[in-house]
Design a protein around this ligand. Structure first.
Ligand code: IPM
Ligand code: MN
Length: 356
């Protein structure tokens, strides 16, 4: 088994280092190989996703990814920006199914921005389609008006589109996942306005015929955003498109206390996967040793479960994380009165200790 380790930028290197230590401590037989990605790869090789990094990722059974991006690259041409690395990996590896579980750990009920009773015991799974939608739809671009008299005629455009097979396969992933949980799927769309999402709704409804044991409801994305903070525990599995999923998963992360707790898995149809925290590179706190490594450590657990067939090891990590939270150790993002503030490395140390 081979794991490609791509730490990336900002806090990416710090948090991935802790996850790698945890993986090493498991004493399982896998090989890990590290490569540059994002801004770090751009600095070294002039491209955010160098050929060698892509090759390593393609050949690996799983990719452990940190984060990419920094404001200092905002002025680069789009194909050279760090974000293109993660988008390119998702597209090239066909990672269409993105799992973003939002679980509120008992000890963090008070770290949430919502009232504890609204989030206590929360366990929802957002399934975000990851290789289609307005993120990748063509045509896209910018048209500069050639007639200098009408600068207002300049425009930019992106294309929102989904094909039937793209919707069918993500709908199946969602129904299958729901079968292993509380058997409820909420499909989030904007069918009242957008053709793309009327089609989405129709296709999800068709696929649902094969899953009569799972309850399906449809919800407009604006209402879903509201319901997530009004009554989050009413959800079980949420399935939605790339852009709505991007937005709703950030919203859901706050229910759990911190986006620093949210892992993710992105899978293709051969269960090859990329595992990354749902948060970004946080350049504002990079290098300070205060980033929360738990989202990445929990992503490593998802990697063991989904791509490496090591369920037991995955559970060991998850149990260790819960133990550390129970000890009252908190990075600043989840700190609250009466708990002990620790840094990235200390948090990693504590997880290692709990594993042993
Ligand atoms: C995410 C991120 C990415 C996305 C960015 C970095 C391209 O926000 O993984 O949610 O929009 O998908
Ligand atoms: Mn995002």
């Amino acid at each position: 088994m081979k794991i490609a380790v791509l730490p990336g930028d900002g806090i990416g290197t710090e948090i991935v280092a802790e996850a790698v230590r945890v993986l090493d401590a498991l004493d399982l037989k896998f090989e890990m190989e590290t490569a540059l990605v994002g801004g770090a790869a751009y600095e070294a090789h002039g491209h955010p996703l160098p050929e060698a990094t892509l090759k390593l990722a393609k050949e690996a059974d799983a990719v452990l990814f940190g984060a990419v991006g920094d404001w200092k690259y905002d002025k680069l041409d789009r194909p050279l920006r760090p974000e293109q690395a993660i988008l390119g990996l998702r597209k090239n590896l066909g990672l269409f199914a993105n799992f973003r579980p939002a679980i509120c750990y008992e000890q963090l009920t008070h770290a949430s921005s919502l009232k504890p009773e609204l989030v206590a015991g929360l366990d929802i799974l957002i399934i975000r389609e990851l290789t289609g939608d307005i993120y990748f739809g063509q045509p896209r671009g910018k048209r500069v008006a050639t007639d200098g008299h009408f600068p207002g005629a300049d425009e930019a455009f992106d294309t929102m589109r989904y094909s039937r097979p793209e919707i069918e396969r993500i709908a199946r992933v969602a129904f299958e996942a729901a079968r292993k949980r509380n058997k409820r799927v909420t499909s989030v769309d904007k069918a009242n306005v957008l053709e793309t999402f009327q089609f989405w709704k129709d296709v999800v409804t068709e696929v649902h015929k094969d899953y009569p044991d799972v309850a399906l409801e449809h919800m407009y994305v604006d209402n879903a955003a509201m319901q997530l903070v009004k009554k989050p525990k009413a959800f079980d599995v949420i399935v939605t498109g790339n852009m709505f999923g991007d937005i709703l998963s950030d919203e859901a992360s706050m229910l759990t206390g911190s986006i620093g707790m949210l892992p993710s898995a992105s899978l293709n149809d051969s269960n090859q996967g990329l595992y990354e925290p749902s948060h970004g590179s946080a350049p504002d706190i990079a290098g300070k040793g205060v980033a929360n490594p738990l989202a990445t450590i929990l992503s490593a657990a998802m990697m063991l479960r989904f791509s490496l067939n090591q369920e037991e090891a995955a559970q060991r990590i998850e149990t260790a994380v819960k133990a550390v939270l129970a000890q009252g150790l908190r990075t600043p993002d989840i700190w609250s009165e009466g708990t002990t503030k620790v840094g990235t490395r200390e948090m990693g140390d504590a997880v290692l200790k709990a594993l042993a």
